[in-house]
Every structure is written in structure tokens, then in C-alpha cells.
Ligand binder design. Structure first.
Ligand SMILES: *Cc1c(COP(=O)(O)O)cnc(C)c1O
Length: 432
């Protein structure tokens, strides 16, 4: 008999390309049938067959409180009764902006948009508009959403520019994008030596969650900041994933503890700030942000930007995560999980390395933590896929690709973590 998930997948493929509205959901990297989710509660998601999974994706990060948190539900229900969308300003947008700025001192102003892609794309336009320069630098393995100029992989050398990673992106559109290896100081120096005068910004995922979990090293970040300051290049932190997730103040607060006086010039947020609703933001110092329309020449707009229901959801989420002890507890849970994975791997004699910060974690089947994308690609993919399916069979839902980070929520209780670690012990021991 065909399972309900398989039937739904077949039906979906008839009307939706690949059966999904975002590619990684299709399970193509790991094989098998995607689970169609019917509902979620706390740390669990339930598929169309009623099977329960402990959820370590959390909608790819937003569900930091777990699913269906009572305070968030109440805020959303109340907001919905007052109206879905007005296309006119609301007080709640000010409240959310104030809340974000209180937590991220590198920004004086923030603009709300509806997706991380939109926020990163707008930050890029702002950086170009504010500096009057065209070139941008990004790093291989970092994902900043699917705006044309950012869908780029490294070209043949630093003197040349990147190549589109998607059909439909003209080479002309990416000819200003320079792609460098993550954590590669020599390439960074060389790129600045060649292009600094034309560079508008360097965009980086400070702790990269789109190649599983790779941190920018402190010497690398510190030199990047120096070079940007020296040459008037804006340092753009894409914190769509790390913002309000690795710490209350995001990855920039983690680096500020390690590098005296550290701050990015522009920051991009998404995921957690919407608490599961379509909401994202970008912000920076007043002088830069005032370049935006209606004050300045950089155009940016959105019919649903600052949506009243989404802002209610985000605001309620941000208020919960500021409660005393929240991040300490989330950090401890996440550490407990990865330490459990470490111990299970040692016991099974499987080479595995893990890392975590706040409520975000990564694991690799390798003997050393990768520092850049090529090293991520060199980790054991077959073993990852095997582990993914063994865990799924045991009711643990991990990201279905080795390029993705994992997320723990405040709703994950000690028994959920223990059950996950036990599933990992069994899964790692299976013949691989
Ligand atoms: C998810 C993500 C984006 C894109 O956000 P969407 O809301 O999916 O458009 C951009 N940057 C980073 C670092 C992300 O993790």
C-alpha cells in the first residue's frame, strides 16, 4: 500500500514543480519521500499519517519557542481580529522596530520586509546606493536568499567575477559580484587590493548555517572589519539565520565579545524575528538608512511590509526570548544535544564532529570541523544520508541535507533530547 505521504507527494508533483514550494523540502539530497506536515505542537511535528517527529528544523529556524507557544498564539489571534493588512503604518511596526534596535545596538534604524531574500536584496541595493559603488563580495557556501546578484559561485580567479548558480541569471547581472573562499585571509587581502575602490559591501553569514555550521574565524572577521573600515566598504552581516538565535544580540554580539568594539555596518534579519510568519528586516546606522526612500534615493517598498499579524507574531516571540535565563537554557539544551551526538559517535567509532552556538548546531561526518565550503563538500555524504534516514525512522526530523544547520527550541525538554541522543546511538551503530 502506498503511504499517505507518498500519495500526497504524487498529487503535489502534478500541480507544484517538484511537489514543493522550496527545493530542499523535496528530500532530493537524501532520497525518499518528504513528510507532509499536518500540524505541530511544542517540539513536535506530525505528518499526514499522524507520525510524530521531534523537530530540529523549526521551520529552518523561526520556531525558537517551539510550535504553538501560547503567548504567541494569543498575540496572533488578537491581531488577526483587528485586520490582516492595511497598507498604512501601524503602532506595532514601531514597537517591533524599537524592540529590534534595543537588542542590536549596531543599528539606529530598521526597515521591515517580508522575507530574508527581500531583506538581503534590499541591503545590497542600499549598500550600493549609499557608497555609489557597484562591486560586492560574498563567500562561497554562504546563502543570502535568491536575489539574482547573490546566486553566484566563484569564477576562475579573483580578477574575474562569479558565475551564476542558476539558469535565468544573466552573466551581466553577476559581473559585479566577487566570490571568495570563506575564512581565506589571503584571498580577502587580494580582493581588497584589486577591487577596494569599487567595492560597495562585503556580505557574510558570520556563523554560516547554509553550509551546515561553519564559523568565520576571529582573525578572519577581525581583518575583514579592518579592511572594510579602511576602504569605506560596508560590512553587511546576514543574520537571517543567526539573529536572535545564536544569542539575543545575534552573531554580532558573539564577535563583539571576541573583537573589541566590533560591529557590522548593516545587518539583515529574518526567520526568528517573524516567529514563523513572513517577516524580515534590514538595518544600520542612521546615515546609511536615511538613503532609503522616502528620505533618500534608494528605492525599496512592499505591500505587505510590516504586516500587522506578522509583526504581532514577531513581537511576541522577541518578548519571550528576552525573559531571564532563556538563552542560557536554550544554549545548555543545544550543547547537551551535540555532546550526546559526540559521545554516541565515539561509542560507535564513527568520525563525527559537532559545533553549536545558542540554539543553532551543526554536525559533520569528518574528523575535523570544516572551515570553508570545499571542506564541507568533502565530508561523508553517504553516511550523512544514512544517518538522516535512520533518525527519521526513529522519529527525529533533522534537516534533509548536509548543508543545513539544525535548531533546538525552548520547547525541547530533557526527555526529547535524551530520546534524540538514544536514536543517534542506534543510528550511528548501524552498519554504514
Ligand atoms: C534563510 C536565509 C535567507 C533567505 O531567507 P528567506 O526568508 O528564505 O528568503 C537569507 N540568508 C540566510 C543566511 C538565510 O539563512
Amino acid at each position: 500500500m502506498t503511504s499517505t505521504n507518498a500519495q500526497l507527494f504524487e498529487r503535489a508533483q502534478r500541480v507544484i514543480p517538484g511537489g514543493v514550494n522550496s527545493p530542499v523540502r523535496a528530500f532530493r539530497a537524501v532520497g525518499g519521500t518528504p513528510r507532509f506536515i499536518a500540524r505541530a505542537q511544542g517540539p513536535y511535528i506530525f505528518d499526514a499519517e499522524g507520525t510524530r517527529y521531534i523537530d530540529y528544523i523549526g521551520s529552518w529556524g523561526p520556531m525558537i519557542l517551539g510550535h504553538g507557544h501560547p503567548a504567541v498564539l494569543e498575540a496572533v489571534q488578537k491581531a488577526a481580529l483587528d485586520g490582516f493588512s492595511f497598507g498604512a503604518p501601524t503602532e506595532r511596526e514601531i514597537e517591533l522596530a524599537e524592540e529590534i534596535l534595543k537588542l542590536v545596538p549596531s543599528m539606529d534604524q530598521v526597515r521591515l520586509v517580508s522575507s530574508g531574500t527581500e531583506a538581503a536584496m534590499s541591503a545590497l541595493r542600499l549598500a550600493r546606493g549609499a557608497t555609489g559603488r557597484n562591486k560586492i563580495v560574498k563567500f562561497e557556501g554562504c546563502y543570502h536568499g535568491h536575489a539574482d546578484a547573490l546566486l553566484v559561485k566563484a569564477g576562475s580567479g579573483l580578477a574575474t567575477f562569479g558565475n551564476p548558480t542558476s539558469a535565468g541569471v544573466p552573466e551581466d547581472v553577476v559581473k559585479h559580484t566577487v566570490v571568495l573562499e570563506y575564512n581565506h585571509l589571503g584571498q580577502l587581502e587580494e580582493a581588497f587590493a584589486l577591487h577596494a575602490a569599487d567595492m560597495a559591501c562585503v556580505m557574510i553569514e558570520p556563523i554560516c548555517g547554509n553550509m551546515n555550521f561553519v564559523r568565520a574565524s576571529v582573525p578572519f572577521m577581525s581583518r575583514l572589519r579592518e579592511l572594510c573600515t579602511q576602504h569605506g566598504v560596508l560590512l553587511v552581516f546576514d543574520e537571517v539565520m543567526t539573529g536572535f538565535r545564536v544569542a539575543l544580540g545575534g552573531a554580532q554580539s558573539v564577535y563583539a565579545k571576541l573583537i573589541p568594539g566590533f560591529a557590522p555596518d548593516v545587518s539583515v534579519f529574518g526567520k526568528v524575528i517573524g516567529g514563523g510568519m513572513p517577516l524580515a528586516a534590514f538595518g544600520g546606522r542612521r546615515a546609511v538608512m536615511e538613503q532609503l526612500a522616502p528620505l533618500g534615493p534608494v528605492y525599496q517598498a512592499g505591500t505587505l511590509s510590516g504586516n500587522p499579524v506578522a509583526t504581532a507574531c514577531g513581537l511576541a516571540t522577541l518578548r519571550e526570548i528576552q525573559k531571564p535565563g532563556f538563552f542560557e537554557a536554550l544554549t545548555a539544551s543545544t550543547r547537551q544535544l551535540v555532546e550526546g551526538f559526540d559521545a554516541a559517535a565515539r561509542e560507535a567509532g564513527v568520525p563525527m564532529v559537532t559545533d553549536s552556538e545558542g540554539g543553532m548546531f551543526g554536525f559533520f561526518f569528518a574528523s575535523q570541523l570544516p572551515q570553508q565550503y570545499t571542506q564541507v563538500l568533502a565530508t561523508d555524504k553517504a553516511r550523512f544520508n544514512h544517518f538522516f534516514h535512520a533518525m527519521l525512522d526513529r522519529g527525529v526530523y533533522l534537516a534533509p541535507a548536509l548543508y543545513e544547520a539544525g535548531f533546538v527550541s525552548a520547547a525541547h525538554r530533557p526527555d526529547d533530547l535524551a530520546a534524540t541522543i538514544e536514536a543517534a546511538r542506534q543510528s550511528l551503530k548501524l552498519a554504514l
